[in-house]
Design a protein around this ligand. Structure first.
Ligand code: MEV
Length: 322
């Protein structure tokens, strides 16, 4: 981590170019998506914002502002902070970009399974494109920001940065074209933070180890999740929220079988169901981080929110799509 006040002072004279990236919630299919199965994901209305300014000379620097911390980094492939290495990886995707200073504001909890790193990478790419007059489609941005995501997650499926760049609700399969999902009505999701830190890289490695040890059993489990995902897509398109909720619960059971839930996440999911949620599950990498519950209407969403907050969980309601 390197403080860069001088670069920032030099950067403040020129107007900045702005960019945004969305957070995401995986409705079904996390982890199995790393191994080629589909996942159903929704972009969140909140995420990250970036502002990029050209510098007269390098090196490029960035300031990241989180709810409870501020991190200053210099772009460097050997930087001790992963954000410095990720910035370097992203800048390397530009043929000719000037040295820059980037200011990034994150409006999501980090390390919680809501795609915070992808939202930041996409926001920076969007700002850098505006600064350098680069024209890039959202799906091209999804491909470009994989370089950023690899720094944090080792072997990312690409679902987080794709949803961060493209938005909406979609069925994502690694290496295949993104399939947009048309919703009948907006979805009301209640997201609750367990308060437990979760490292995506470690959780992905944990599942990969299980697959290596028991390829047949874990492969079948992934296939079962894929069936749930495809049915969930049909339920979404038919506007059948009750079925979607049941499929989320089933997916949660299979994620628990992969040792991705925790007693705290179980407690929050149970409280959400008790308060009227149609389904509730771990979302993202698991092992901590967040859970997501599906509410049938705003009154129940409020009740679920109150129940989660009564257990001390930082929570919010998100309305996603159509
Ligand atoms: C993380 O948000 C989702 C995982 O499936 C990892 C990935 O898809 O890269 C756990």
């Amino acid at each position: 981590m390197t403080a860069a006040p001088e670069a920032e002072a030099r950067a403040t004279c020129a107007p900045g170019a702005r960019g945004v990236g969305c957070g995401k919630v995986i409705l079904l299919g996390e982890h199995s998506v790393v191994h080629g199965r589909p996942a159903l994901a929704a972009a969140l209305p909140r995420g990250a914002q970036a502002e990029a300014r050209a510098l007269e000379h390098g090196p490029s620097t960035a300031r990241f502002v989180f709810a409870d911390a501020r991190v200053d980094v210099t772009s460097d492939p050997e930087a001790s902070h992963p954000l410095g290495r990720a910035l370097c990886a992203l800048l390397a995707t530009y043929e000719s970009a000037p040295p820059v200073h980037v200011h990034v504001q994150l409006d999501l909890p980090a390390g919680a399974g809501l795609g915070a790193s992808a939202a930041m990478g996409v926001a920076i790419s969007d700002a850098l494109d505006a600064l350098t007059a680069t024209v890039r489609s959202p799906s091209e941005r999804a491909t470009q920001t994989l370089a950023w995501e690899r720094v944090f997650h080792g072997n990312p499926s690409g679902v987080d940065n794709t949803m961060a760049a493209v938005g909406g609700v979609a069925l994502f399969t690694r290496g295949a074209a993104l399939e947009r999902v048309r919703l009948r009505q907006p979805l009301l999701l209640v997201v609750g933070h367990s308060g437990e830190a979760s490292e995506t890289k470690e959780m992905v490695a944990l599942v990969a180890q299980q697959l290596e040890r028991e390829p047949a059993r874990i492969g079948e489990l992934f296939d079962a999740i894929a069936v749930l995902v495809r049915n969930a897509r049909l339920a979404l398109e038919a506007g059948d929220l009750r079925a979607l909720g049941q499929l989320m619960d089933m997916n949660h059971t299979l994620l628990s079988a992969l040792m991705l839930s925790t007693p705290r996440l179980e407690q929050l999911c149970a409280a959400a169901r008790e308060a009227g949620a149609l389904g509730a599950k771990v979302t993202g990498a698991g092992g901590g981080g967040c859970m997501v519950a599906l509410a049938p209407d705003a009154v129940v969403a409020e009740r679920v929110l109150t129940a989660l907050r009564a257990l001390g969980a930082e929570s919010f309601v998100a309305e996603v799509g159509p």
